[in-house]
Design a protein around this ligand. Structure first.
Ligand code: CP
Ligand code: NVA
Length: 306
């Protein structure tokens, strides 16, 4: 299958990622100025959600409509994929009808298998391993607020989860240093750490990770699919709460990001999202703009002669 997919940032060059993000900023400006821009008229995005979502669903659906196209929401409850139809068969069928497919799933291998049988682009809307669309938005947000992230220091505090793995990929592609502070046993997967070499270090002490950092980011302690571990995680992660006092140890121009949804009183203090250094709402908005740029990059325009 010849289509270009977006399963991981590792599939893209730094130049491609940079141009998608800069295009996201341009599309944001067009929208803010009320300019109609519909290159994907008559194009359709299929969206398969095996896990819950607010931001990913709304941003992809609104984004397709704003680009002149449409999006179809599918949950496993309503499709044959949820009743055991082979992933490859679903991919073959859907890709004969739609122009791109976004999937939020559990095992990353589901995405890889779908993409292997899809003739249209497949986009990772979050897997147990990665959340690359969120990183497009986070990198756009840093660029807008502080300029290039190249050579900067980023601290990831908490779970070495899908978001953390995507930060590792971003460290490679955008050329920054990443310090991960996590409890023992919750490190990011060795395969991602091995990819990053000395760009990424793992420490136990959040203060050490945050010291002098230009960006601090965290995420929920219990990701979707891990609900049975909630009590154990609450206890183990307690020393990893990000607070205003912790941010005070960072660079004076530090930004704080959270991909949301946030659990105030757990991974962040009750007041952290109200701190002027926190930019979660800009991050969330940029999901829309960055993904519109990604869709424009991946889905060919609709103008074709009959
Ligand atoms: N950040 C993010 O992906 O949010 P949703 O789970 O609401 O899509
Ligand atoms: N790590 C979280 C991210 C949610 C956007 C999860 O997978 O549930």
């Amino acid at each position: 299958m010849s289509a270009r997919h977006f399963l991981s940032m590792m599939d893209y060059t730094p130049e491609e990622l940079g141009s998608v993000i800069r295009r996201g900023i341009e599309l944001k400006d067009l929208r803010n100025r009320g300019v109609l821009f519909e290159p994907l008229k008559n194009r359709v995005l299929g969206m398969i959600f095996e896990k819950s979502s607010t931001r990913t669903r709304v941003s992809f659906e609104a984004g397709m409509i704003q680009l002149g196209g449409q999006a179809i929401f599918l949950s496993p409850r309503d499709t044959q994929l949820g009743r055991g139809e082979p992933i490859g068969d679903g991919a073959r069928v859907m890709s004969r009808m739609v122009d791109a497919v976004m999937i939020r799933t559990f095992a990353h291998s589901n995405l890889v298998e779908f993409a292997a049988h899809s003739s249209v682009p497949v986009i990772n809307g979050l897997s147990d391993d990665l959340h690359p669309c969120q990183l497009l938005a986070d990198m756009q947000t840093f660029l807008e607020h502080r300029g290039s992230i190249q050579g900067k220091t980023v601290a990831w505090i908490g779970d070495g989860n899908n978001m953390c793995n995507s930060y590792i990929e971003a460290a490679i592609k955008f050329d920054f240093q990443l310090r991960v502070a996590c409890p023992e046993g919750f490190e990011p997967s060795p395969a991602f750490l091995a990819l990053a070499g000395d760009r990424v270090s793992v420490v136990r002490d959040p203060k050490q990770a945050v010291s002098g950092a230009h960006l601090v980011s965290t995420d929920v302690w219990t990701s979707m699919g891990q609900e049975e571990e909630t009590a154990k995680r609450l206890a183990l992660f307690a020393p990893y709460q990000v607070t205003r006092q912790l941010l005070d140890l960072a660079d004076k121009d530090v930004l704080f990001m959270h991909c949301l949804p946030a659990h105030r009183g757990e991974e962040i203090s009750l007041d952290l999202l109200d701190d002027p250094r926190a930019v979660p709402w800009d991050q969330a908005e940029n999901r829309l703009h960055a993904q519109k740029a990604l869709l424009e990059f991946l889905v060919e325009p609709a103008y074709r002669s009959a």
